[in-house]
Design a protein around this ligand. Structure first.
Ligand SMILES: *Cc1c(COP(=O)(O)O)cnc(C)c1O
Length: 398
């Protein structure tokens, strides 16, 4: 009996992309084997993180890197580093930032639900720019410039294509002129693979990616890449620091006078990463980086074409393939004439989710009567079941 079956938990066919609430992505057998091997031995986690950081630095073009429990943890840890630097006293106080640099400048059009992870470090957002673009809306460079002051810990610049917002290179130029770091949420900006290097090249001081989305690593993994001094701060705030000064394997930081004492279980302790996640993430990342956007897109397109053939012609349903120009991921779009069909796109979503073998499809435009199928997490066997089931449900046979 399978582990999920044993618990009475249904497995789901995931045609909705790398959604965290469904488990993110599927790990390859190479990744799973590497994780199981990693779990069988002990290592110094900080030594492992240091080596992992070199691999991440190499693949991103950053000075340094770190494995986190996810992109959200990367934002929280990165923010903690921007606030505390290598000051162990400040690390000890977080997330109480009274009297510390505790403001983060952000464009209004860049506020999003994930910025809670940045606020976790104890900061307050200072919003600039207008909503309501086009018109006189958007952000002006001087607004960011004037919002930066001696309390500014960072400027946050998530990769969102909100119209009217300033781009990362524009934001970085303004922030750097005032000596302030830029922290970038690029959690779901892969593919294209070229984005692994792009944001560091465009001026990010820290950039975070999910390990459990397109990279295909463990769900609870992510990457933080960026400036060496900031990553060093992250490392000091992340580990279980139940060590003594005389035996600490980073005690040279004490003798060099770079830190005033051994940091203790800090801000990042609740986001600890296991050696299995570090090895799983690295294995997945190396495999991902060696792959090809074109090959992936061709494979996904083939899967989607097969599903479209199984759905066939249904009165009231228009199907077509679509690529988002920023992202080489194909979608099979299903536009429903809800009146003619007598049911809504949301009805279809719920029917698919409530079957013997639940299926999740993309519902982000369901309110407009439009659904989509994403093949990133779909096997050939699942694709056949999914195509047949979609044909039945869209034909009104639940
Ligand atoms: C998924 C996502 C996150 C969170 O990433 P995790 O790796 O799940 O922690 C943050 N920001 C954006 C934009 C995301 O899509």
């Amino acid at each position: 009996m399978g582990v999920y079956e044993d618990l009475g938990v249904r497995t789901i066919i995931n045609a909705s992309g790398t959604l965290t609430r469904l488990g993110g992505s599927r790990m390859s057998s190479e990744v799973l084997e590497a994780m199981s091997e990693a779990a069988a031995s002990f290592v110094h986690i900080d030594e492992l993180q240091a080596r992992a950081g070199e691999v991440i630095a190499d693949l991103t073009g950053a000075e340094a890197g770190y494995v986190t429990t996810g992109a959200a943890a990367g934002l929280a840890l990165g923010m903690a580093a921007c606030i505390a630097g290598l000051d162990v006293g400040k690390m000890d106080r977080l997330p109480d930032t009274t009297g510390l640099k505790n403001e983060v400048v952000v464009q209004r059009g860049h506020r999003n639900a994930y910025d809670h992870a940045i606020r976790t470090a104890g900061i307050r957002f200072v919003e600039v720019g207008y909503l309501g673009y086009p018109g006189a809306g958007g952000t002006f460079g001087w607004q960011i410039d004037e919002a930066i002051n001696e309390r500014t810990a960072a400027v946050a610049c998530p990769i969102l294509d909100t119209p009217g917002t300033l781009t990362l290179p524009e934001v970085a130029e303004i922030a750097h002129a005032k000596g302030v770091p830029v922290i970038v949420d690029a959690a779901a900006e892969l593919p294209p693979r070229s984005n692994l290097r792009r944001f560091i090249a465009e001026g990010a001081d820290l950039v975070t990616y999910s390990g459990g989305k397109a990279i295909g690593g463990p769900q609870a993994s992510g990457i933080l890449a960026g400036r060496a001094d900031l990553i060093a701060s992250v490392a000091l705030q992340h580990q279980d620091m139940d060590v003594r000064a005389v035996t600490w394997n980073k005690r040279e930081l004490l003798s060099q006078g770079r830190v005033q004492g051994v940091p203790h279980q800090g801000f990042g302790r609740s986001m600890k990463v296991g050696r299995e996640e570090v090895i799983g993430l690295l294995t997945a990342l190396r495999r991902y980086a060696a792959g090809s956007d074109q090959d992936d897109a061709a494979r996904w397109s083939e899967t989607l074409n097969g599903i479209a053939r199984l759905i066939g012609e249904i009165d009231g349903v228009q199907t077509h393939m679509q690529f988002n120009p920023r992202r080489p991921i194909p979608y099979l779009i299903l536009d429903l004439d809800e009146e003619k069909l007598g049911f809504t796109a949301y009805d279809v979503v719920n029917s698919l989710l409530s079957g013997d073998r639940p299926i999740a499809i993309v519902e982000s435009r369901a309110e407009f009567g439009s659904l989509a199928v994403n093949a990133q997490g779909v096997t050939d066997e699942e694709a056949e079941y999914l195509g047949n089931r979609l044909r039945d449900v869209l034909s009104g046979n639940n």
